[in-house]
Design a protein around this ligand. Sequence first.
Ligand code: NI
Length: 226
Amino acid sequence: MLLHVPRVLTETQVARGRALLDDAKWVDGRMTAGHLSAKAKHNLQVAEGTPEAREMGEVIVTALERNPLFMSAALPLRVFPPLFNRYEPGMAFGAHVDNAIRQVAASPLRVRTDLSATLFLSAPEEYDGGELVVDDTYGAHSVKLPAGDMILYPATSLHRVTPVTRGVRLASIFWVQSMVRDDGERSLLFDLDMAISQVSEATPDNPGVVALTSCYHNLLRRWADA
Ligand code: NI
């Protein structure tokens, strides 16, 4: 499932993040790429664990924890500390699949990447090109979102960033280990949760809401690792 999560960050948070990134130390993006994706990757990245990356990462993770759409869709167990990347004209990232397991820098913690996320920090009118293209069973989806919005997609998907031809594209990327590792099961739970919200809003006293909610929790109990 490919999901657009709007307004993860406020305008003020985006502005603060961009000011932090202006002061950050940028390094070659191949530092964190796997052996194969290093050949396809051409961008800049804030060095992992720097104060700027840590501060902005915490803002993002806190915002995510308060975002009901993200919580329902991702059912997160662990969120990888957000990385920050920058594409200038001529930079791109060819087709690749993200590494299955990521080690958190300077920590014994590992994250299984069930979901990949891109949070846009540049407005679409600030640059040309730089679309995130995600392949799924229904074909290729081209994504370019307002600053502060995020796209969430299965980390099993082949994806790429098309060359930037004007301006600068700033984004945060990270991964989520979900309590429900299977994308099909997780999508079903998300659809059920959204349907329950619709029914309970339309007919709050409908006894079916309690029955459906109990189905939701019993399926979650069956499929989740917490
Ligand atoms: Ni990737």
